[in-house]
Design a binder for this molecule. Structure first.
Ligand SMILES: Cc1ncc(COP(=O)(O)O)c(C=O)c1O
Length: 434
């Protein structure tokens, strides 16, 4: 090449997918991998109901499914979604306040890249990697975060949030993920109201990632941003990857609230839209399917059945892990992840798990010979010793060592076995060198 062409990265890695390369290497050596790394219900065996397949088959018989859609998205779908917000009777939006993207991953990338370089969005810690990577890439500086506290059910430190907002004048917006990934925390209305109040007092806007808004169980309750935002400018991000579930559709949308109330916010939304226009539009088929699937008589009961399943798995995992030494867990009540935290100072760089197969052991030993985070070391040994593939918690940009697993397994007996194995391996690993 006449010039070096690749832009230098931030050095940050999307570990949720990166760990797959390690697991695939082990698969070649005959290790049977249990994929606990990725939040894709379909990959974990979720069956798409027949009525949903029929909706899609019908749509494929219509020529319009194969065409482009308007830049903001299909009109009828945006009317349908705007009505769902307006029916709640709080904030009122029009279909023009909705913009479709190719999955929320795309919406997230657009949201941060349209922000001026010198201004920042404060986000939870740990946080879902796509938000953090997009924000850090945009600013080329480490993130501003407010901590979620594992010893307080993973609730956010609102005082820290306010302190940082007050002292870092570059912060223009607050990200909330509700329910949260990776912690599974479900925000009570009072906490959300405090965050909205901070945004109002410091003249900020809000980004609420509400991907998991309808995936809540164990009796927990929350409210969508649209219920409590009042006149503060904000964006709700929603999608169908988790809820239908149809992650392969690459379909998500932004609902924009109160763009008419703040000119700077309105210009920001325009910048997002201008970028989107140059990309033409987002995938048409899933947009056309949304009203037909969400409005289908079977929709609510299908979702309810899935919630019962996640609730069951959440309680099985909590029951097995809650009294285990060396770690701390909270009962998951939203989304479908469970995060296990190692107690302070229980991990060191001498701990190991026995791995019978020589080539697998050699591979893992090479990986951990590099200086790596203590939880990543555990995750690699766990993968080599058992085939269970989880994500180190530090990959979600926190200093707290731990790991995230999913509650997506369809086979309850297998799930219970996996969690029991996890429990045994945690104890064995920690006690291998103390
Ligand atoms: C909190 C959160 N936001 C956004 C996404 C991305 O969603 P999509 O599949 O629509 O790109 C995910 C996916 O795991 C997520 O957990």
């Amino acid at each position: 090449m006449r010039f070096d062409i690749a832009k230098s990265g931030s050095g940050l890695v999307y570990e949720i997918r990166n760990i797959v390369n390690v697991a695939k290497q082990l698969k070649q050596s005959g290790v049977e991998v249990v994929w606990e790394n990725i939040g894709d219900p379909v990959q974990k065996g979720e069956k798409i109901p027949d009525w949903m397949r029929e909706v899609l088959a019908d749509l494929l018989r219509e020529d319009s499914t194969y065409g482009d859609s308007p830049t903001k998205g299909m009109d009828a779908t945006r009317v349908f979604l705007a009505e769902r917000v307006n029916r709640r009777g709080k904030v009122q939006i029009t279909p023009e306040d909705i913009i479709f993207f190719n999955g929320l991953g795309d919406a997230i990338a657009r949201a941060y890249s349209a922000i001026r370089l010198e201004v920042r969005i404060i986000m939870p810690e740990p946080t879902y990697s796509t938000h953090l990577l997009a924000e850090v890439h945009h600013a080329s500086f480490p993130p501003n975060t407010y901590r979620m506290n594992p010893y307080c059910d993973w609730s956010p430190d609102i005082n820290e949030l306010e302190r940082k907002v007050k002292s870092h004048k570059a912060i223009v917006g607050i990200l909330v993920i509700n329910p949260d990934n990776p912690t599974g925390y479900v925000y009570p209305e009072e906490t959300l109201a405090r965050i909205v109040d901070i945004a109002r007092r410091y003249d900020l806007f809000l980004i609420f990632d509400e991907t998991y808004q309808n995936i809540i169980y164990n009796g927990k309750k929350t409210v969508p941003l649209s219920d409590i935002i009042g006149d503060v400018p904000g964006i709700s991000m929603k999608g169908i990857s988790k809820e239908f579930p149809w992650p392969g559709s690459r379909c998500g949308w932004m609902e924009i609230y109160n763009a008419d109330k703040d000119q700077a916010f309105a210009r920001y939304i325009d910048a997002i839209l201008t970028q989107k226009m140059s990309e033409v539009c987002s995938t048409t088929l899933p947009q056309m399917a949304i009203p037909r699937i969400m409005g289908h008589p079977e929709y609510e009961s299908c979702l309810a059945e899935r919630l019962r399943h996640y609730e069951k798995l959440s309680n099985i995992a909590y029951g097995i892990l809650k009294d285990l030494p060396y770690v701390m867990v909270n009962r998951t009540c939203g989304a479908f992840y469970m995060t296990i935290v190692f107690n302070e100072a229980v991990l060191n760089s001498r701990q190991t798990l026995p791995i019978a197969q020589e080539d697998v052991r050699g591979y893992i030993e090479r990986l951990v010979a590099e200086p790596i985070e203590s939880d990543k070391r555990f995750v690699y040994y766990l993968l080599g010793a058992t085939g269970i593939c989880v994500i180190p918690l530090t990959s979600f940009f926190t200093d707290i060592p731990g790991f995230r697993m999913t509650l997506l397994e369809r086979d309850e007996t297998k799930f219970e076995q996996v969690v029991r194995t996890l429990g045994e391996k945690i104890v064995q690993y920690v006690e291998s060198a103390r």
